[in-house]
Ligand binder design. Structure first.
Ligand code: PFF
Length: 453
């Protein structure tokens, strides 16, 4: 039965479709919401530099490896890893990569959907004109009142989850390409516009200094852990999402080129988001360390003061919501494609099942801003613990296993053929995936645990 389903594994219609879909998965709340806020919490420039280093040295070879495993297996991450282990003649225990990915996707989506709900709620607030002419206190009050209201949060969390499972149930290819093709250029256009608007403001110079003049006195083991974790999170790396998208990739497309495109686009959008947010922070005498509410307390302030701000605010929060949406669906895709290909479960049913389970767990994240905000571990609420565990531990660990499998377990002839690389270029990828990237993850883990003093 499973073999029969495996044979009907779908493919993207064009080479560009893979890049668009993967970029849709990569570009999301991670770029616009999370990157600015963790950069703010971790001191700015030094964090940015470490993050870029992690992207280049650790995430790039792993991204290429993950896409390669997906396309080679032409299957969902769990069955796919079983198939690749068989092909390589190694233990089927490597399927663990697929199982870990399904679990990680479930944990991430539970809180991702809550934040996507904030973005959706902000479309409504923008349409109500709540930000027009608002000052810093008003804007802060709007965010505080949103997160302190359990009913409203749960309502928007539910809407976000419904949107997500609707697309997943219909199959990720339909509609997704179109959404990404329109969303991405528009999002970049609005961010560039806001950036241009910021250039003349008093906060511009301090913001550039904050982001690009590294101050290493603020760097700790945790800074490395957060930067590395974010490199994985922002690229949707280490949990099978990119693997499953890679499995739909046409055979004639170049994995390395596609991977580089995705990384460049994702990084450009994150840096642009930072360059939009921090001038607003410094122009208004705000603190960069506002945590998870940062973009919701800064963007409305700038938009509210702009001439076309009313309309721009609506469009911007619609775009942020779409960006979140195209990412959210990739979090469930590994699980849904597994249930379909292995057991023939219809996408509709598995999407609903996954949606209900994830929604339920997400309730705790939503409530951790209000009713259960006193339940904390290491100073983090439930939401914060989920974020830390998934982005900073599970994704890098998954990525490390992916790199180790691709470099040490697959036959070299197979990986070289699938990547379309030979000679020096192949050896470079191999050395990075076999040694440099896994060692990087291991060092950052040990350092994060405080083992180096
Ligand atoms: N890359 C997404 C973002 O930056 O918002 C988040 C994400 C999506 C992480 C899919 C992991 C994943 F599998």
């Amino acid at each position: 039965m499973s073999a029969q389903h495996l044979e009907s594994h779908p493919q993207w219609s064009t080479r560009l479709a893979f890049i668009l879909a993967s970029a849709g998965s990569a570009v999301g709340l991670g770029n616009i919401w999370k990157f600015p806020y963790i950069m703010g919490d971790n001191g700015g420039g030094a964090f940015v530099l470490i993050y870029l280093g992690c992207l280049l040295i650790v995430a790039t070879p792993i991204l290429i490896s993950e896409v390669m495993l997906g396309r080679r297996s032409r299957s969902n991450p769990i069955s796919g890893m079983a198939k690749l282990s068989r092909e390589a003649g190694v233990s089927p225990a490597w399927q663990l990569i697929g199982w870990m990915g399904v679990l990680t996707g479930f944990l991430i989506l539970s809180y991702y959907s809550v934040v996507m709900g904030w973005a959706l709620a902000y479309i409504e607030k923008a349409a109500d004109g709540a930000f027009v002419g608002a000052d810093a206190d008003t804007v802060e009050g709007i965010f505080t009142s949103l997160v302190s209201n359990p009913g409203t949060l749960l309502f928007w969390h539910t809407v976000a989850m419904l949107l997500t499972i609707t697309v997943v149930a219909r199959g990720v290819r339909g509609g997704l390409e179109l959404a990404t093709r329109i969303m991405m250029p528009l999002l970049i256009a609005i961010l560039v516009l806001l950036f241009g608007y910021n250039i003349g403001t008093s906060g511009f110079a301090p913001a550039m200094e904050f982001m690009f003049a590294p101050d290493f006195s603020r760097v700790t083991g945790e800074t490395f852990l957060v930067a590395l974790g974010h490199a994985f999170f922002t690229l949707s790396l280490g949990m099978g999402a990119i693997m499953v998208y890679g499995s739909y990739m046409p055979a004639n497309a170049s994995i390395v080129k596609a991977g580089i495109w995705i990384i460049v686009l994702d990084t450009a959008i994150a840096l642009l988001a930072g360059m939009v947010i921090f001038p607003i922070v410094f122009s208004n005498g705000m603190s960069p360390e506002q945590g998870a509410g940062l973009i919701f307390q800064t963007l409305p302030l700038a938009l509210g003061a702009m001439e076309w701000g009313y309309w721009l605010a609506i469009v911007l929060f619609i775009l942020v919501s779409i960006a979140a949406w195209t990412s959210a669906i990739s979090l469930v895709e590994p699980a849904v494609s597994y249930l379909y290909e292995r057991f023939g479960v219809r996408r509709l049913y598995s999407a609903i099942g996954a949606g209900i389970a994830t929604w339920t767990l997400g309730v705790f994240s939503a409530l951790s801003f209000n009713l259960i905000d006193d339940v904390t571990l290491f100073g983090k609420n439930f939401f914060g613990i989920m974020e830390f565990l998934t982005a900073n531990i599970l994704l890098p660990a998954g990525g490390m296993l992916i790199a180790l499998f691709a470099a040490w377990r697959m036959r070299r002839a197979d990986s070289s053929e699938e990547l379309g690389l030979s000679g020096g270029a192949y050896r470079l990828w191999w050395a990075l995936a076999a040694v440099v990237a896994p060692a990087g993850v291991a060092l950052v883990f040990l350092n994060g645990l405080g083992l180096f003093g």
